[in-house]
Design a protein around this ligand. Structure first.
Ligand SMILES: [Ca+2]
Ligand SMILES: [Ca+2]
Length: 237
């Protein structure tokens, strides 16, 4: 390889390493919330919890059973606007309000085109209630703009009997979100009690990761030979 070629490789590899951004402990394989912050009731569980696992041997559980955070403190923790969670509750079922909940978050830096992906499973005891409340689970993606996606709620979700301490669960689902702009984002996951605190709900999260934009990957393979050939053409014969 020519000297110019070596320089080109170094430049290309350097660019790719800068664009790599990912969660730390995104699969909770440390067995705890290392690199994450939590609010309310949160624990790391193994397959012994009863859901199985989707990645490795550990996963995060958020739970509204007790020791929860208030709606306002959850909104503050996640960087949401005051009342945002009530706006979502009411959009799902008019007049509903959020009582309390639990959440976890991590702040990451991404490039446009990067993809956030993770696996989730919502759990609930609401089907045991005589009058069900519409608890819901969500992911929040916050920087200058706030983007909250509901993962599932009681009324529209598809729940089956659960082998966990909860009566029902949705089973595992995958979520993905493509960032249209780069920057620093706080990614939050939460589950809330709506209307009252009598029957708990939970949310399992695992395999939280950032898949780099395809362009960054393409650069590593396509950019290198192009850069080398460009430099070679410019060398005196
Ligand atoms: Ca895991
Ligand atoms: Ca509830």
């Amino acid at each position: 390889m020519t000297r110019g070629g070596l320089i080109a490789v170094a430049v290309v590899v350097g660019c790719v390493s800068v664009t790599s951004a990912d969660f730390t402990n995104g699969g909770f394989e440390s067995g705890d919330f290392t690199s994450w912050s939590t609010a309310g009731l949160a624990s790391v569980e193994t397959a012994a919890f009863g859901t199985g696992t989707t990645q490795g041997t550990h996963q995060a559980l958020l739970d509204t059973f007790d020791n929860t955070a208030s709606r306002s403190s959850l909104e503050s923790f996640l960087g949401l606007g005051s009342g945002d969670l009530n706006t979502i509750a009411s959009s799902l079922n008019a007049g509903d309000t959020v009582v309390e909940g639990s959440a976890t978050k991590q702040t990451i830096t991404v490039n446009a085109g990067d993809v956030l992906s993770f696996d989730w499973n919502m759990l609930t005891d609401e089907f045991m209630a005589q009058s069900m409340m519409n608890d819901f689970s969500f992911v929040s993606i916050v920087n200058a703009m706030t983007d909250v996606s509901v993962l599932s709620d009681i009324m529209t979700g598809s729940f089956v009997a659960s082998s966990t301490s909860f009566g029902h669960e949705t089973g595992f689902n995958s979520f993905s979100h493509t960032f249209t702009t780069g920057g620093t984002f706080t990614i939050g996951f939460g589950v809330v009690d709506v209307g009252g605190a009598d029957y708990a709900s939970g949310l399992i999260i695992d395999n939280v990761q950032i898949v780099p934009a395809p362009s960054a990957v393409a650069l590593a393979f396509l950019g290198m030979p192009l850069a080398i050939s460009f430099i070679r053409r410019r060398r005196p014969s």
